[in-house]
Design a protein around this ligand. Structure first.
Ligand code: R2B
Ligand code: URA
Length: 309
């Protein structure tokens, strides 16, 4: 099947799941969330969700929940936000008003499992007009560390905008197209904030942090510094400005289920200058807050919340 031709439903704002088997199941257990359709009233719990923010670390998702609660003036800033998935340590989930925050771990397999269950959760809850944003960290190419990159296209290690999913032993290629208007709106938010540099560029999604990202400091390395620089230069020429490990499957699955989606990652280092993360924890923590601040600004604008509480 040509790239991007899998069915992805109507553009009516509803969540699309393309699985006829789901209809005949008596209940659906979202195992890695410790939630289910017969044990939980998913519409009651989640129907009002309009923004979903996903990121690698559970800790960062909790921090974003507290931040957004304060920014939206929705709740007592000192309130505790319970982890909705407390019964499992696979993923963490928090909700404040229309904002749901979910952690996804590291790498394509981890985020893909989470997204299958998240998409079904939103579907069972009958959510509509949901915007889903991945906020995260990345390695930059030729840009200042701390720059926030809004993804234009997620590309694979051969710089192609596709995600390969093996199904029944055969490769299925899926399009990684993201919502261009949302990406531009997020870029605009970065410009309005003017607190850090925000750019739009292609994001390379790899299967590994070390050899997959042309690092010289893994346990194994069979290439030279020149080989590494050549590869990074090729990536730059293909429009790649940052490298991370989840955007391709994220983009592909959101497209298949009709969800408006974006990827916003801060760069922690310039990979043309090194491989190791030598900046202090303070600096890295400051960088990691930038995608949160940008997304917070976007959500506030969408909800017409004018000032910080
Ligand atoms: C960015 O950072 C993680 C690796 O350190 C990975 O999850 C990613 O995409
Ligand atoms: N995350 C990555 O995947 N790569 C980096 O270089 C930094 C963060």
């Amino acid at each position: 099947m040509p790239l991007g031709e899998e069915k992805n439903g109507m553009c009516d704002g509803s969540i699309y799941v393309n699985n006829p088997h789901l209809d005949s199941m008596q209940e659906d257990i979202l195992y890695h969330f410790n939630l289910g359709t017969s044990t939980h009233d998913l519409p009651k719990m989640f129907m009002d969700v309009k923004f979903v923010c996903v990121g690698g670390s559970p800790w960062r998702m909790k921090a974003f929940t507290e931040y957004i609660a304060k920014e939206l003036g929705l709740m007592d800033p000192n309130a505790e936000y319970p982890n909705i998935c407390a019964g499992t340590d696979r993923y963490a989930m928090y909700k404040v008003g229309p904002v749901l925050c979910v952690s996804h771990g590291m790498g394509i397999p981890s985020i893909a499992i989470m997204l299958h269950e998240l998409i079904k959760l939103l579907y069972h809850a009958r959510c509509t007009d949901v915007t889903l944003v991945r906020i995260g960290t990345s390695g930059g190419i030729g840009i200042k560390p701390g720059t926030v990159v809004v993804t234009k296209q997620s590309v694979d290690a051969m710089f192609q905008p596709r995600h390969e999913q093996i199904i029944l032993g055969k490769p299925v290629m899926r399009s990684t197209e993201l919502d261009g208007e949302l990406a531009n709106d997020l870029l605009q938010c970065g410009k309005e904030l003017a607190e850090f540099e925000t750019i739009i560029g292609n994001t390379m999604c790899t299967l590994d942090f070390y050899e997959g990202q042309a690092r010289l400091d893994g346990a194994f390395c069979s290439y030279s510094e020149d080989d590494k620089q050549h590869y990074l230069a090729e990536a730059y020429a293909a429009g790649v400005r940052n490298i991370e490990m989840e955007s391709s499957v994220f983009a592909a699955m959101c497209k298949l289920s009709n969800i408006r989606a974006a990827v916003v990652c801060v760069t922690l280092l310039d990979r043309q200058k090194g491989d190791q993360l030598t900046s202090s924890h303070e600096v890295l923590n400051n960088y990691q807050q930038r995608p949160q601040v940008l997304l917070g600004h976007y959500i506030k604008k969408q909800l017409n919340v004018s000032k910080s509480s």
